[in-house]
Design a protein around this ligand. Sequence first.
Ligand code: FMN
Length: 289
Amino acid sequence: MKIAGIELEDPLIISSGIVPDVPSFISRVCREYRPSAITTKTFTLLSLEPHRPPTLLRFQDGCYINAIGLGNPGVSVVDSISCDCNLFISVGGKDREEIREVGKRVEKKAKLIEINLSSPNRKGYGASLATESYEIVKEIKSTVKVPVFVKLGPWDNVLEIAGKALEGGADGLSLINTLKGELVDVETFSPILSYGTGGISGKCIYPLALRVIADVYKEYEVEIIGMGGVFSYMDVLGLMSAGAKVVGLGSVIIDQGYNIINKIRKDLSIYLNKKGLKLENIIGSAVKK
Ligand SMILES: Cc1cc2nc3c(=O)[nH]c(=O)nc-3n(C[C@H](O)[C@H](O)[C@H](O)COP(=O)(O)O)c2cc1C
């Protein structure tokens, strides 16, 4: 299994923002659970404070809403990460100069750089910069040599933004980030999250992720890291049949712990053996051309 020329043991990786941005923790998750790759929390040049709690809520079975707001200790932490898993490093910033600089700073450690142009939880960052995807990608691609993926959200204009990112030179796309939502406390009639809104993730967004991946794959046939509500081996196969080459696990780990990686890996292998199927034949198989 390969993505952007990087050899992976299997298609299961960990999505951004799930493993804490603490180097010793990243090493431990790598050692104990052997994901094919770990995508780091999005790093910015300098540290950003997370929003005030509550920042993460489970509002239904397997469904979450978070507004951590890209809180992170700043890119210098990446220098202390030491692990032998593939490290996909998520980069962000308030403008293209910052994003390029963060990309440059992480290049030595990163097997792949994922530009976060989709987090809905901090004004001026993430999704706020999606319309500049062409310029941002072009700039970072002229600075680094490792593959660059762009992470997008489930927006109505996702095909247009994806097209611009690819024109700018993106090697692939990560789909999808959370989608913006809100919860209200009916005692106080005020939003529950301190930021007001948050990003919805988990089971509730699985069909949305699948449809966005299928639309983008159909249009561009590009390499896709698919994520959004994957809770079982069947969900992995679903996103792959929609066009994902690799699948990110996110909320399921928050919900059930890191051991779910082993369970999904085992279930997937049993199913493929039983059916005599090969993963490479499944990618994009549900997309009508
Ligand atoms: C607590 C939390 C923090 C996240 N932080 C980031 C982040 O820093 N950068 C990013 O690109 N995506 C971030 N995400 C989005 C996930 O990487 C993923 O795209 C999204 O949650 C959908 O996948 P899931 O339904 O499997 O969780 C975060 C998600 C959660 C739940």
